[in-house]
Design a protein around this ligand. Sequence first.
Ligand SMILES: [Zn+2]
Length: 219
Amino acid sequence: MTVTVASDEEFLVIARPHAGVSLQQPVLRTDVAGMPLEWIDYREAARLHHQGQVAYTCGSPIFRLQGGTNALTGQRTVLEVHSIVATVGQSGNPGHLRKDYVPPLNNETLFRRDAHLCLYCGGRFGQRDLSRDHVRPFSQGGRDTWSNVVTACRRCNNFKAWRTPEQARMQLIAVPFTPTYAEYIFLKGRRVLADQMEYLLAHFPRSSPLHGRIAHLMA
Ligand SMILES: [Zn+2]
């Protein structure tokens, strides 16, 4: 697998994932203070390394990148990309800069927040059998916000219809919450390595319900 990283000069990179790691494995990018920022692929990681924007790395090496031949030494540049890279420059962490930051709401991250459990019957379902339920329905002034939506199986959602849980005599098994930025980054991760998870966990609030849901989420 080769990739050309566009920059001031053409830089040919051969990327080899380490054993047990997929080439699609995302790298966790943080700011220089270690605050989680986003998931990037190995191409972006290579570009950041090449442009000297990587301040330090954490976690385990997951890719070996071979660059061009050095004109002076005749050696090929070899670079190990780790699972977590801290980068210099603008922080870009909206959760860090703004206290009232609210991550965008979408079904994929909502279902992951609730560990793919229907918060009414407690059953665990695949993505396509789940739906977004508005605890207080639109018709009764409910809004489409993290704190008013829960994961529900289609059966429970249909049964509840345009009623509140009280009106439908249904009980929520967990309270909906708005994820912090670090929690949101975790929820967005499609493949999260053990060391990346540990790193993100350390940035969750102590009271985060996700601490108790990790086993479900990683299953
Ligand atoms: Zn259900």
